[in-house]
Design a binder for this molecule. Structure first.
Ligand code: R5P
Length: 294
């Protein structure tokens, strides 16, 4: 028994790509739903090191399935069970913003720490808490950034300007712009509701007559980028593109981005979809090997 990668229906393509690089088998963990929505999970073969690969968009079902999969792997003799969750959900609720709210980040990270022996993720949304290990206690918790890969997609010859739509995006904006010697602007955002934000961009007149490239860790409803694009076009940008690590947007939300002149929208393959042009497999393969997890 050696390391084996297990994907799920929604993550098999990326799991296989990683398996090729790691030179380990990539198999599908089997899941089925009962009429009452309970799930049954089966890990098809024993493995000394079982590595599960799944992004946690639509997280609630997936988290339970992963906990069951980890247990099934251990019951078959796994000595190490690793989770690769390129997109790690529930990281944004890192405090109780209103009295009585659960701190989801702490709860979900605690579940992962209790059931897995290692975690690899990509550009997690850590805001008030600086390192992933502070969030996920007691196991190696490794966070890698897709920024260098995303930066390779930028054609910098016409001197575009790189825009972060809120203060948290500064880290990704700078990581992408600095190696290319590009100028950055970072907006100030106020969230008014799930699908409503208000932005101000100090120095926005600097975009006049230039390509603007919006950079963020994720697109969820897309409203942050739509509002940013409205301001950038208003300030004279000739085009607005978007480059993000995780694209969780629905087809309708992607259509809204397009209708607001944001094109192209490019993301990593953390979540498979029409925008996922950048493969994370080399990055994740290196993280596993450098940290002795595979
Ligand atoms: C939060 O601050 C994140 O970095 C994103 O800016 C945010 O989640 C995007 O959300 P939406 O697409 O719903 O505006």
């Amino acid at each position: 028994m050696s390391a084996t990668l297990f994907g799920f229906e929604d993550s098999m393509a990326a799991t296989r790509r990683l398996g090729v690089l790691l030179k380990v088998p990539a198999l599908a963990a089997e899941t089925r739903r009962f009429p009452d929505e309970e799930c049954l999970v089966r890990v098809p073969v024993p493995a000394r090191t079982a590595i599960f690969y799944r992004s946690l968009n639509n997280p609630d079902h997936k988290i339970i399935e992963l906990l069951l999969a980890a247990s099934a792997a251990r019951d078959q003799g796994a000595q190490r069970v690793i989770l690769i969750a390129p997109y790690l959900a529930y990281m944004r609720q890192d405090m109780a913003f209103h009295s009585g709210e659960a701190v989801s980040q702490k709860v979900v990270a605690g579940l992962i720490a209790d059931h897995f022996d290692g975690l690899i993720t990509v550009d997690p949304h850590l805001h008030r808490i600086k390192t992933l290990n502070e969030v996920v206690p007691g196991i190696p918790a490794i966070s890698v950034s897709a920024a260098p890969l995303l930066a390779t997609l930028i054609d910098a010859r016409d001197n575009p300007i790189v825009i972060g739509p809120d203060s948290e995006s500064r880290q990704w904006t700078e990581a992408i712009a600095a190696p290319l010697g590009l100028e950055t602007l970072v907006a100030t955002k106020q969230r008014l509701g799930d699908r409503q934000v208000s932005l101000t961009i100090a120095g926005a007149d600097g975009v006049k007559g230039r390509r603007a490239i919006l950079v963020d860790d994720m697109i969820s409803s897309g409203r942050t980028l739509v509002e940013a694009a409205r301001l950038l076009y208003g300030a004279g940008a000739i085009s607005v593109e978007a480059l993000v690590t995780h694209c969780l947007a629905s087809a309708d939300d992607l259509a809204l981005l397009e209708a607001n002149g944001i094109r192209p929208v490019v993301s990593s393959d953390s979540i498979d979809g029409p925008t996922s042009k950048v493969q994370l497999a080399p990055l994740i393969c290196r993280a596993l090997q450098d940290n002795g997890l595979a």
